[in-house]
Design a binder for this molecule. Structure first.
Ligand SMILES: [Zn+2]
Length: 88
């Protein structure tokens, strides 16, 4: 994704930097906020799934499982923590 065309949130940030109308500025910031949050969640999810889960043993690329084998909506806490900071 890097080096490709400019991402939408960057465009918004540039517009917000020069926007004079407070109402429009608020609108821009609100959308920017939303986009960044979504982006963060996307990236977080992706990173978490690249490592094996220490709690349930789910393989890289696989979702965490509940004890009955059903996929969990969220990854286990430890997996997310390790994915966030692999060095610790
Ligand atoms: Zn797990």
């Amino acid at each position: 994704m890097q080096g490709e065309k400019k991402e939408r949130w960057m465009e918004l940030a540039e517009k917000a930097a020069v926007e004079q109308d407070p109402a429009k500025l608020l609108e821009l910031i609100t959308e920017l906020n939303k986009l960044l949050l979504e982006k963060e969640q996307r990236l977080g999810m992706k990173t978490t799934l690249t490592i094996r889960c220490p709690t349930c043993g789910a393989a890289p690329g696989k979702k965490c499982e509940l004890t009955d084998g059903q996929p969990r909506a969220d990854s286990h806490r430890d997996r997310r923590l390790i994915a966030k900071d692999p060095k610790s």
